[in-house]
Design a protein around this ligand. Sequence first.
Ligand SMILES: [Zn+2]
Length: 232
Amino acid sequence: MMKWGLCALLLLSQTALAGLEKYSPLVVADQNPSAPAPTNAIRVTYLGVNGFQFETDDHALLVDPYFTRVGLWAGALNERIASDPNRVAEGLKHVRPNVDALLVTHAHFDHLLDAPEIMRRTHARLIAGPTAVRLVTSFGISGTSCRAVKPGSAQRIGPWIIHVFAGQHDRLFGKVPFTGKPALSKPVKASDWAVGEPLAFVIEASGKRIYIDSGGVPGSLPDARIHNVDLA
Ligand SMILES: [Zn+2]
């Protein structure tokens, strides 16, 4: 989802026009964000772009954490890009020190670029498609810290059950960006972070189910086997 920033601005204006203001009471700030998450719920923290932290009972998962924020033109002009350790360190101040796993929906840089640095700092394992796993291991991350997953599988880590589905990447100017072959060695340019296999996840813990995908396409419904979720 490379257009989240723009979408956020649009959503702010569209919310008032789309009747979504009735849901505003559902958006609440934690009284004490540093307190442990409750055992009977999942606390959700938005980390920017498509990044989220999910917490329950002293456990945490990260989805698509991305703190470097490569400039718009660097991506558009396919320049050389790299994870920024200082920005990652700053971003991780908002994240639990112990993270069970990183879930990455697809291999674009705005989802995966910071994964190697975050894995080194948090010792979290990676759950992602084969392309994302291959790109991350090119940075010296051990393959034993990664699980390459396919749609239809389910992963159990601590209190979490993670169901994997095929996802749909959203379209940018009518098409999915960077659909070419990913880098065979360590990725250098923006396009080396090719999309790979877009995935969607249902994250289950503490009796709650949360759906998150690779952006989605309007009019294309998620997999019918996902059934009911509490949050999407
Ligand atoms: Zn993307």
